[in-house]
Design a protein around this ligand. Structure first.
Ligand code: ADP
Length: 198
């Protein structure tokens, strides 16, 4: 079997927990020798303000996305609230090039990736409690109140699911941002350093 030099990290957290802010902060601070990047998700959703094609997401039409499904282009894909989201298989090729990958996925996607590629390291991020999550979603002000309620309901479901069936290798509580950032950083970089010395 081909030896993979990089690690595939999968990060999940209920919407509003702070995963995007944490990952962006870590990637913007990383040194040149730290070979790690985020997997850019393909989606049919409409871009939000400030979302750039190829950076935040690759935006595709429904037909384009379905053609890629047929070509077996995706490592995993899902259909959430009438939009497709998918991670490209080429993320695994990047690992062989020694570039670790961070995929931000929901629980279903994380489970699928772990099955397809068992060496993946799965990281779960939570807020200290659901009230704090509600506060952050409201503060972010990018969702309607209906969508906030839907996101909170999904968060409760995902938190319960992890209690019933432990899927993730690590859990981080994003209470104090700096502390959460250090915790995530040490998981990501310890792992990468360990791979280098193998
Ligand atoms: P996600 O990507 O998980 O949906 P975001 O990164 O968009 O979440 O963060 C949601 C909101 O919470 C943002 O307004 C962000 O600035 C804020 N936030 C993130 N981490 C913390 C923290 N530790 N304490 C308070 N607010 C936070």
């Amino acid at each position: 079997m081909k030896k993979h030099k990089g690690t595939l990290f999968v990060i999940s957290a209920p919407s509003g927990t702070g995963k995007t802010t944490l990952v962006n902060a870590i990637l913007s601070e990383k040194g040149q020798n730290e070979k790690i990047e985020q997997v850019v998700t393909y989606t049919t959703k409409k871009p939000r303000n400030g979302e750039i094609n190829g950076k935040s997401y690759y935006f595709l039409t429904k037909d384009e996305f379905e053609a890629k499904i047929a070509q077996n282009f995706f490592l995993e894909w899902s259909d959430v609230y009438d939009n497709y989201y998918g991670s490209p298989r080429y993320a695994l090729d990047k690992l062989t090039e020694g570039i670790s990958q961070i995929a931000i996925l929901d629980r279903t996607g994380a489970k699928a990736v772990k099955q397809i590629y068992p060496p993946s390291i799965l990281i779960w991020i939570e807020t200290p409690n659901i009230e704090e999550l509600a506060k952050r979603l409201t503060k972010r002000a990018s969702d309607s109140s209906e969508s906030i309620i839907r996101r909170l309901a999904l968060a409760i479901k995902e938190i319960e699911a992890e209690k019933v069936e432990q899927l993730y290798d690590y859990t981080i509580i994003n209470d104090d941002f700096e502390k959460a950032k250090q915790a995530l950083k040490s998981i990501l970089f310890q792992r990468i350093d360990a791979e280098k010395t193998l």
